[in-house]
Ligand binder design. Structure first.
Ligand code: FES
Ligand SMILES: [Fe+2]
Length: 356
């Protein structure tokens, strides 16, 4: 399967890669080892020894270097072999491990899997996640048994909320009839829904002045390649503008593990009750439950039934609620095709870019 390569994907939560352990995860079908140098900087390399292909995460860390568990070749964090305990200790020229550029931002470690020079400027700005106390933000990771684009579709089309999710984020039937405003640029797709409901969305209601009365709400989502969606939700009552209402700023981002499995990362920063650590933990768990127990089963069912990752080849029925998700799919397909052409490969199959 073709992925966009010369771009940043989240490889791990910052908290997943500790000071001592050798963390490993398959990303875009490639096994990657991550660990921290003694100064705390995270590094990533292929999780495979060039000798007999032992996973390097089974080895150990000595200073900033990794020792393979099988025959003890040692590698520095540039992937260069620095020690061979066998024979005369010559270091074979090919004893080098591929490394991957990382940058650590917004509570995540982002990885560059492409062959072009890593461009830090291509990482979108998610700095609102950093803006406030640690008790006002949560980060989490979920493993999903589905292609990453099915998860993007699910967030770009929030009309599923009232059908799939429970009381906590119900819009009481208001969302589905709305055709969102959609805007597209050369590297983003934006959608916005606005509506009124009584009572307000439960997760926000308790922080509004009149928890039982009508509130105005909005959702907006901005997808940027390869698989990042910034989602804002807000509520306000009376004449209060949305900017002074209650709300949250979320990042949904997915990283393909394989064609049909995905690392799903999520972060949420709210503007209310920001010093309450217990509420913070409870809210994050509630969001995880919604994704894993409510979105998960339907997305897994879709993936199994599709038996392919080529969505458009199945001639899906498309409705007004699909506009943003379909635009994101098409834009991603165009970017992948362009990257492959640039690399001398063939363009993506016509079905992937065909008008739906
Ligand atoms: S497999 Fe790593 S040193 Fe032999
Ligand atoms: Fe959902």
């Amino acid at each position: 399967m073709a992925y966009l390569k010369n771009t940043w994907y989240v490889a791990a939560l910052s908290t997943e890669v500790g000071a001592d352990e050798l963390f490993h995860r398959k990303i875009l079908g490639t096994s990657v080892l991550m660990y921290r140098k003694q100064d705390g900087t995270a590094v990533a390399m292929r999780d495979r020894c060039p000798h007999r292909f032992a996973p390097l995460h089974l080895g150990k860390k000595i200073g900033d270097e990794i020792v393979c568990h099988y025959h003890a070749l040692q590698f520095d964090c540039s992937g260069q072999c620095t020690h061979n305990p066998h024979g005369e200790g010559n270091i074979p020229k090919a004893a080098k491990v591929q490394t991957f550029p990382l940058q650590e931002r917004y509570g995540f470690i982002w990885i560059w899997m492409g062959d072009k020079a890593a461009d830090p400027g291509l990482l979108p700005d998610y700095s609102p996640l950093d803006d406030g106390p640690p008790t006002g933000v949560g980060h989490t990771y979920m493993h999903m048994r589905a292609n990453y684009e099915l998860i993007i579709d699910n967030v770009m089309d929030l009309s599923h909320i009232d059908h799939v999710h429970g009381e906590i984020i119900s819009t009481r039937g208001q969302l589905s009839p709305i055709v969102p405003q959609v805007r597209e640029t050369e590297n983003s797709v934006f959608a916005r829904w606005e509506w009124k409901q009584t009572p307000p969305i439960l997760v926000l209601a308790g922080f509004l002045p009149h928890p039982e009365k009508e509130a105005r709400h909005f959702f907006d989502v901005t997808w940027m390649p390869p698989a990042n969606i910034q989602l804002s939700v807000g509520g306000a009552q009376g004449d209060t503008p949305f900017e002074q209402g209650v709300g949250a700023y979320d990042l949904h981002t997915t990283t393909p593990e394989t064609e049909t499995s995905t690392h799903y990362f999520f972060a949420t920063r709210r503007n209310h009750n920001i010093h309450d650590a217990d509420f913070n933990a409870m809210k994050l768990q509630a969001m995880r439950d919604a994704f894993e127990k409510e979105d998960g089963p339907i997305i897994y069912g879709v993936q199994e039934e599709m038996e392919t990752t080529d969505f458009f080849s199945l001639n899906p029925v498309l409705m007004s609620n699909d506009v943003a998700a379909v635009r994101a799919r098409r834009l991603l397909a165009r970017l992948i095709a362009k990257e492959e052409e640039g690399a001398g490969g063939s363009a993506a199959p016509a079905a992937r870019t065909a008008a739906a």
